[in-house]
Design a protein around this ligand. Structure first.
Ligand code: PLP
Length: 390
């Protein structure tokens, strides 16, 4: 059996032992110094000014949109574009926060929304923001997408939960928009069991994310920031200040275990990314040789932080055949993320408008993936490639 994932952590045994020691010796488990240290190290890795740690990638997406509403940069009813091939909790917070979700089609050859897809969507709808997903380690032509968004005053946000570490010649995935979100759920590029992050260079957004992450209060801000909020609302003295709630928020705080694991896993991340890329390139050779498949175009990507091994067949019938091949060889498989999001029951329940999304439909009907992770052995890679021969 080749499962979608083998281990909970990079360097599984070493990490479990370090975690056990941390739990034995630590006196504090609620959000504190380890979380702060991880935020600082992650911001440095990503090349961003600020990183705000939360308890999942879904929470990161929810918090980001709430913070933008609190800042008055998004308003009730604003149209927010999203990549049609994405994860549920990319799209759900758009709807939950009273914004209008507008699917943007995805290009089968890159699995992602490209600039031409965005241009098409803009012919029908004026978008206030575009919450693009960088799918499975791949991306669209992000520099061109950023240029269009800048020209039209569209806030570009990147859901980078599946593409931590991917690089384009113009920069790292997650650094093209105002802010980006990450997931550290098991089976992602690094794991804190559950966990997520938001990165940005915008000081006001980082401040608002910190307020809205924890109850809407100011306790996790710097003394200077606290002073600013307290004077604005004429709050005098600690007694009142500790229980002043300034903005709409949640409790999405991580624990010190999240912070510890994040810091520990970060040291193995670069090695993990390059092993995943090597595995993908190995399998890609077999995909290229078989005319039943569409080969994915990664020519605009300089470092592919591959999340999984996506296989795109030319027809649904061919996919049925290859699903049989993979299952027969004991390889666990699944749809490409969750296919076209507008086909999901929750979306249909709230959005009656019909959208033409032929690219996302093709990915939905003809795609699937198996796992890609550093523990894949030579024999695992041989088993996968043997299923790709026609
Ligand atoms: C694109 C995308 N966004 C958001 C998420 C949510 O992350 P989490 O599972 O940490 O809540 C995922 C999860 O896999 C994802 O793939």
């Amino acid at each position: 059996m080749i499962p979608l994932m083998k281990n909970a952590f990079l360097k599984e045994i070493e990490t479990r032992e370090a975690l056990a020691d941390f739990i034995r010796l630590s006196n504090k488990f609620s959000m504190d110094l380890k979380c702060r240290e991880f935020e600082q190290s992650f911001a440095k890795f990503q090349g961003r000014q600020h990183a705000v740690l939360v308890n999942s990638g879904a929470s990161a997406n929810l918090l980001l949109l709430q913070a933008l509403k609190n800042l008055g940069r998004l308003h009730d009813g604003d149209k927010v574009g999203f990549s049609a091939v994405t994860w549920s909790t990319n799209t759900m917070p758009i709807m939950q926060l009273g914004l209008q979700p507008v699917p943007v089609d995805c290009e089968p050859t890159t699995l992602n929304s490209m600039s031409h897809n965005l241009i098409e969507a803009l012919k029908m709808d004026d978008l206030k923001a575009f919450f693009i997903t960088n799918a499975l380690g791949f991306t669209g032509d992000l520099a061109e997408i950023r240029r269009i968004c800048d020209n039209k005053g569209i806030i570009l946000l990147e859901d980078n939960c599946e593409s931590l570490g991917t690089e384009l010649p113009e920069g790292r995935a997650g650094n093209f928009g105002l802010a980006s979100t990450f997931s550290f759920f098991v089976a992602h590029h690094m794991s804190t069991i559950e966990g997520g992050m938001i990165c940005t260079d915008d000081d006001d957004l980082a401040e608002m994310l910190t307020i809205s992450r924890a109850n809407g209060w100011d306790r996790n801000l710097s003394a200077v920031q606290q002073q600013k909020w307290r004077s604005k609302f004429d709050i005098k003295g600690q007694f009142e200040a500790k229980y002043a709630f300034y903005e709409l928020g949640f409790n999405l705080r991580p624990t010190e275990i999240t912070g510890f694991l994040g810091l520990y896993q970060l040291q193995f991340l670069a090695e993990n990314i390059s092993l995943r890329q090597e595995n993908y390139i190995h399998i890609e050779e077999f995909i290229k040789k078989n005319s039943h498949f569409i080969t994915l175009d990664r020519s605009h990507i300089s470092l592919l932080s591959s999340f999984a091994m996506p296989i795109l067949c030319k027809t649904p019938e061919l996919r049925d055949y290859y699903l049989g091949q993979f299952s027969g060889a004991g390889i666990e498989i699944r749809p490409v993320i969750a296919g076209n999001m507008v086909k999901q029951p929750f979306f249909k329940k709230y959005v009656s408008r019909e959208y033409s999304l032929p690219g996302a439909d093709l990915i939905h009907d003809c795609g699937f993936y198996c796992g890609n992770y550093p523990e894949l052995t030579q024999s695992d890679l041989e088993t996968i490639s043997s299923c790709l021969i026609s």
